[in-house]
Ligand binder design. Structure first.
Ligand code: C2E
Ligand code: MG
Ligand code: MG
Ligand code: MG
Length: 274
């Protein structure tokens, strides 16, 4: 049963498309009960400072393990959840669990910021009050929560997104643009939004050591961020050459398999325990 990944037997575009549709239907059918049964889990991938050996935060990444299919990628089921109206429930599950994780970190004496990925559809008027409520219930200060949102998500309805972003930021929540540079966005929106950080898209990092254009683009993005007073994080850093280049280009932090893969909360706590 390989509903989720197109196998070698898919030779035509049609066959691939059919397989995708089946996968979508499967996800649509099973996701609600996965949410109800807690078949989901959050993994956490640390972000490392480049100027000193220190973990500066961690990103919560959804994992769904199905008894027969094994692990299903969020890159697949998050878009499906968005299309079939489940993202509200799913996003709420993630926020709740990320905030619980923050409370657990605190109970171990660990102060760490956790970033949560938010879909465009979650940027509703109710979101700030809802997040505030969840933080209160868990006795977690808002400054420990960070929200990662892609530029595409922000651009759908910029004035509306900006209003919600301002309210989140007013609570003390950190705001980061995810996958920066990968969409078809201009720069104008950076002016409209109260932001804390830019996360450089993995596509620029992947060939950073060999591709001159990628290096120059990265340099420009880092310069832009610096001049706007924004922190920078590079995602998908897989080798030492990328890390040292990013450091020499003045990037603040990195995230990627080189430093650490996403891990369960218990492993993160182990890593950070004083
Ligand atoms: P993202 O937010 O850009 O997350 C980064 C993705 O890159 C993660 O994939 C992470 O595991 C992966 N990654 C980290 N380091 C490396 C590396 O060195 N090399 C490579 N090749 N990949 C690396 P993951 O966990 O499969 O998540 C994929 C996407 O699914 C995320 O991209 C995000 O857009 C979405 N997603 C994940 N969790 C959530 C969630 O809770 N809510 C929402 N709305 N979206 C989520
Ligand atoms: Mg992210
Ligand atoms: Mg990203
Ligand atoms: Mg990405």
């Amino acid at each position: 049963l390989s509903l989720v990944r197109a196998g070698p037997q898919c030779t035509t575009v049609d066959a691939v498309r059919r397989k995708e549709l089946r996968a979508m239907r499967f996800i649509e059918k099973q996701l609600p009960s996965a949410i109800a049964r807690d078949a989901l889990e959050l993994y956490f991938q640390p972000k490392y400072a480049l100027s000193e050996p220190r973990i500066v935060g961690a990103e919560a990444l959804l994992r769904w393990t199905d008894p027969s299919l094994g692990s299903i990628s969020p890159a697949l089921f998050v878009p499906t959840a968005e299309r079939c109206g489940l993202i509200g429930e799913l996003g709420d599950w993630v926020l709740r669990h990320a905030i619980w994780a923050l409370a657990r970190l605190r109970s171990h004496g660990i102060d760490l910021r956790i970033a949560v990925n938010i879909s465009a559809i979650q940027l509703r008027d109710e979101l700030p009050a809802h997040v505030e409520q969840l933080l209160k219930e868990a006795s977690v200060e808002p400054k420990w929560l960070e929200i990662e949102i892609t530029e595409t998500a922000l651009l759908g309805d910029l004035p509306h997104a900006a209003a919600i972003a301002r309210r989140l930021r007013a609570l003390g929540i950190k705001l980061t643009v995810d996958d920066f540079g990968s969409g078809h966005a201009g720069f104008g929106y950076l002016r409209e939004l109260p932001l804390d950080a830019l996360k450089l898209d993995r596509s620029f990092v992947a060939e950073l050591e060999t591709n001159e254009a990628d290096r120059r683009i990265t340099e420009s993005i880092l310069g832009l961020a610096r001049s706007l007073g924004l922190e920078t994080v590079a995602e998908g850093v897989e080798c030492e050459a990328q890390r040292s280049l990013l450091r020499s280009l003045g990037c603040d932090a990195i995230q990627g398999y080189l430093a650490a893969r996403p891990m369960p909360l218990s492993a993160l706590i182990e890593r950070l325990q004083p």
